[in-house]
Design a binder for this molecule. Structure first.
Ligand code: TYM
Length: 331
């Protein structure tokens, strides 16, 4: 069974939502699946990027994945642009996608609205189709992502099914692998919104590579509510519930265990402990990232090896697709 997933190199650091929603699952799935993980630089350029910064962030992203436990001996860890078949399959799939269908993608609508639709790139519009190509080119069975990717996954499934109907069984239809408890981590300052790098306040976002003291401070100033009771109630106590989710995911204690442990205690106690488990997690993580970045030559070699493995699989799918749609073989 194959697994594929990707993450954008569009920030100086991954954030806690990326880790708890998706990357933790990437690491776990290595135990049971054939895994393909990539840094999606092609997706990154759908909005303007400074070339030097993009190159740096791509390496820092790869280093973070290694530091989180992606094992390059088990997983093919690579950079999307190193495998040209993604872009090649994307074109074919664009020709199977309705304009209206692509127009309904809510992430496109949100991002385009933020930039003004006139200025949004055509790449931003076709973004989810490239994502479908990423997944289908590996014949992936499962795709570990956070809740915000569900609609893109649905498009990938639809495209796979449509192509299979039209041209005969070609693609595996992928399933999203979304772990409910941590599928959506919320902004610490606005617990109705998802934690995101485009958050309105930087205090709502925990970056894995920021100074751990700063993270601890953000946790301590997280928005809660005027009540006193520490209970998991996402509707009524969104902020407290988010903190419980983060604590539980990092400490391994279940939510009911935590609720029992905090009986009679206050929000300040909970925040102090969440800050502590977070600092304990990020401090050694940051050391590992630094050590991967100390040897760029080795890091680049790991990525080259990953791309080679990935390409072997991707090329096979692409040649089947080209044949199915009636392209003449190269003789
Ligand atoms: P990206 O780079 O925005 O985010 C990477 C992963 O983090 C998850 N995530 C969250 N999970 C829980 N709570 C949050 N607040 C939160 N914020 C982000 C995302 O769901 C994602 O899994 N389009 C993708 C990248 C991509 C991809 C792919 C993913 C490109 N090709 C193929 C899977 C398969 C994206 O922008 O993720």
């Amino acid at each position: 069974m194959r697994v594929l997933s990707g993450i954008q190199p569009t920030a100086d650091s991954f954030h806690l939502g990326n880790y708890l929603g998706a990357l933790r699952q990437w690491v776990l799935l290595q135990e049971t699946h054939e895994t393909y993980y990539m840094v999606v630089d092609l997706h990154a350029i759908t909005v303007e990027q400074d070339p030097k910064v993009l190159r740096q962030r791509t390496r820092v992203s790869a280093a973070q994945l290694l530091a989180l436990g992606v094992d390059p001996d088990r997983s093919a860890l690579f950079v999307q642009s190193h495998v040209p078949e993604h872009a090649q399959l994307s074109w074919v799939l664009e020709c199977q996608t309705g304009f209206g269908e692509a127009s309904r993608m809510t992430q496109f609508k949100d991002k385009a609205a933020r930039q003004g639709t006139e200025h949004a790139s055509v790449g931003l519009f076709t973004y989810p189709i490239l994502q479908a190509a990423d997944i289908l080119v590996y014949q992936a069975n499962e795709v570990p992502v956070g809740e915000d990717q569900r609609q893109h996954l649905e498009l990938s499934r639809n495209l796979a099914q449509r192509f299979n109907r039209r041209y005969g069984k070609t693609f595996t239809v992928p399933e999203p692998h979304i772990v409910k408890d941590t599928a959506k981590i919320y902004d610490l300052q606005d617990p109705a919104a998802k934690m995101s790098k485009s958050a309105s306040s930087p205090n709502g976002l925990i970056e894995l590579l920021e100074d751990p003291k700063r993270s601890a401070k953000k946790i301590r100033s997280a928005v809660t509510d005027t009540g006193r009771e520490i209970a998991f109630d996402p509707e009524g106590k969104a902020g407290v519930s988010n903190l419980l989710t983060i604590h539980s995911a990092l400490s391994g204690q279940s939510i009911p265990e935590l609720e029992a442990a905090y009986e009679g205690k206050g929000y300040g106690d909970l925040k102090k402990d969440v800050a502590e488990v977070l600092v304990e997690f990020v401090t050694p993580f940051q050391d590992r990232v630094r050590s991967y970045l100390d040897d760029i030559a080795e890091l680049d070699k790991v990525l080259a090896r990953g791309a080679e493995r990935a390409r072997a699989v991707a090329a096979e799918t692409l040649s089947l697709v080209y044949d199915r749609i009636g392209f003449l073989p190269v003789v």
